[in-house]
Design a protein around this ligand. Sequence first.
Ligand code: PMP
Length: 308
Amino acid sequence: MNKSKSIWMNGQLIPWDSANVHVMSHALHYGTSIFEGVRSYKTKDGRAIFRLDAHMKRFCESAKMYRIPLEQTQEELMQGCRDTIADNNLYNAYIRPLTFYGAGSLGVVPSADVPVETIIVAFEWGNYLGEEGMTKGIDVCVSSWSRTTSASIPVLAKAGGHYLNAMLIGGEARRHGYVEGISVTDKGTISEGSAENVFLIRDGVIYTPPLASAILGGITRASVMTLAKTMGLEVVEQALPRELMYTADEMFLTGTAAEVTPVRSVDGIEVGCGSRGPITEKLQSAFFGLFDGSTEDQWGWLDAVPVA
Ligand code: PMP
């Protein structure tokens, strides 16, 4: 990770090395945190944060689902993200807002003496699943771990503890030589990658699992669906049996970190022609076109962070 100069902590920008927590922090013991992953880009009109509004709305909703009282409004947190990017003079960066229960009593249900702390960190960042994968496609496998469902946790929340399941899914895949693992639900339908949503293409139609398939409501997922519809492509949200991945013409993953990453094989079975498919390539260039200006941002997705 590239260390930056400052971190926003509880409303103030402080030096990176001063943003510390105590070992008695509740979140360290029980995973009681909610967070976001947001990206900023160097665009043709200066730097901008991609869909900051949608990300911080989801952040506030994650807090609501876990009844974590936020001390800042969504707008204040959005400004905190802009200030962190500006203060560190970042362009192509990853932004991590995080709210967690800090140090206090150790009861599982946080008592009144347990503070709610919020930080926003930003640092320079490139491709998550590798440069080569963006053009050639990546190899994935179906995980032996199924996705935790809404019967146990609010899957739509982006919460710290949920990522133990994601760590098992992603870690198992990487140990076996794959770039990513795809989880299925308890019903055997496709859920998502450890930190990405899944898309399949068959006979020119784009398919993706619905929210009820234990997925995070990805903001890149929603953006790609909008871009696809704008391009006149049909997008269908429906429960998808695992085996459709083996017979799809094309497959790709979306996420803030992964952006739009093609998949070339699943469990060693080639997807389509075994490389990036033509519709995936079109969607990928429409997505990256938002930043180089070749795709018009008709939705106001780019939140400018002017240079002071
Ligand atoms: N699913 C999970 C579990 C994730 O962690 C992420 C990354 N936030 C995604 C999907 C993709 O969501 P987004 O496009 O909003 O980054």
